[in-house]
Design a protein around this ligand. Sequence first.
Ligand SMILES: [Zn+2]
Length: 177
Amino acid sequence: MRALIVVDVQNDFCPGGALAVPDGDAVIEGVNRLAAQSGFVVATRDWHPADHGSFAEQGGPWPVHCVAGTSGAELHAGIDRDLIDAVVDKGQVADREGYSGFEGTELERLLVEHEVDAVDVAGLALDYCVKATALDARQAGFDVTVHLGATRPVEVQPGDGERAVAELRAAGVEVVD
Ligand SMILES: [Zn+2]
């Protein structure tokens, strides 16, 4: 059984959002196409408390984004909800990064329950939450494929996207166009 993990395709990570990934909404078409072909689709959402430690005002690296219950935290309207089987909220603990969809969530249990052995990963952003989610999936023993056409890097430092791809490949993750 193959599953698709759609990472954080939320308003705040798309153009106009609080922490927009360049060209972030360009992933939507590819995500919907992958979801239509997938037996089980899980969407993750960054879902932070208002005082999350990753926010600049708490000393973290990011502007305030994806605060639980706000419109910025909602999945982008372009994502076909009919194709999403489950939504997993992450990053809910103030003093944990929460980049990975597996960190402190029911994601692994959901995949095991659905007898998933291979996962496709897409969404935002390649060099943070997509990378962390794919690495954790690999660590949990799944065959993992990241789809470059359906992800984009935020690239705080130029080259972060390429470095993420190298790190993923070194960990045994397949990276495809
Ligand atoms: Zn976040």
